[in-house]
Design a protein around this ligand. Sequence first.
Ligand SMILES: Nc1ncnc2c1ncn2[C@@H]1O[C@H](COP(=O)(O)OP(=O)(O)O)[C@@H](O)[C@H]1O
Ligand SMILES: O=P(O)(O)OC[C@H]1O[C@](O)(COP(=O)(O)O)[C@@H](O)[C@@H]1O
Ligand SMILES: [Mg+2]
Length: 365
Amino acid sequence: MNKEIRKIALLTGGGDCPGLNAVIRAVTRTAILKHGYEVIGYKFGYRGLYNNDYIPMTTKTVSGILHKGGTILYSSNKDNLFDYQVEENGKMVKKDVSDVAVENLKREGVDVLVIMGGDGTLTSARDFARKGVNVIGIPKTIDNDLAATDLTFGFQSAVNVVTEALDRLHTTAESHHRVMILEVMGRNAGWIALHSGLAGSADVILIPEIPYDLDRVVNKIKQRSNSGKQFSIIVVAEGAKPKGGEVVVNKVVKDSPDPIRLGGIGNKLAADLEKRISDHEIRCTVLGHLQRGGNTSAFDRVLSTRYGVAAVDLIHNRDFGKMVALQGNKIVSVSLEDVIGTTKTVDPNGELVRVAQSIGVSFGD
Ligand SMILES: Nc1ncnc2c1ncn2[C@@H]1O[C@H](COP(=O)(O)OP(=O)(O)O)[C@@H](O)[C@H]1O
Ligand SMILES: O=P(O)(O)OC[C@H]1O[C@](O)(COP(=O)(O)O)[C@@H](O)[C@@H]1O
Ligand SMILES: [Mg+2]
């Protein structure tokens, strides 16, 4: 006989994003109202699981948070319990402390761990599932780079912010006849740049999946000038790079399992273009964490709520080791084993790139 499910725990890992609170709310409410489960929330992702640092979750705890970005459970994009920095004999060493987490779960009587995260967080989720922990994953990240789901929550909210930024850049670009560059996030995937570039009518979209040729970008700007358009808007993904060149690294976060933080390509591109274009001034804006903060879009509130409810359905059906996912317009579940190992990137020959090319957008290729 399978043990009856009584208690579930939540955890949010990786970079925060809009929609985390909406998922926390949906899981908590469904678990309590529909099934009478007890719910707790670990703080700061895996760090809280290691330190057994949690709060009880009630319908009151999750009241008033649906619209709010961020996570009431806090997050960390550094703590990997399978390779964790601990002090031993006065020295800092890296160790696999995942058994401590498993013990904490047992001691607290947690039957299922619901983990909201991106590729990094869900890698650990898969590894805990392999250790026999009952795990359910929920796909989070503004980058939308997770395999096996069409959309991660947080992505649409980020795209809305970037689109508004592009609208704002347009009016000032037009007034000053400038070339405006907007650098956006996304790690090694160009989803944010591509979607916001389309929505915000960028003239040039530079993404990691299509290395660019500076000459092509210059030509596009000149072509626009010649046709009477005295300004241009360029969206560049932080992971974009010139043909034969390298990505620009902003910083290396030494104690992070994925230590590279990208950033700086926007300013590099501005400097390169300044050498080639004399009749327009060039300015670069780096949107940074503004695209991860703020309120959750209506779309993401709905998607996150659907994901949260589906996660509890899986728990009720004892269907563990799965991640909820969106495929087409349906919420489905996929094995965590199939989520990890591949990054979902933009297909350079895909429909969206062709759509953009058809309306005259340049990818600098
Ligand atoms: N290869 C890995 N194996 C296990 N855990 C990982 C791995 N990479 C990252 N993590 C853990 O996942 C969390 C966040 O990873 P990160 O990639 O920054 O965010 P995200 O989950 O949003 O992709 C951190 O707690 C990190 O330690
Ligand atoms: O907040 P940090 O540590 O500067 O990390 C920035 C990175 O996190 C993100 O905002 C989100 O990535 P994750 O979902 O993998 O955490 C990336 O787009 C960006 O490259
Ligand atoms: Mg990630």
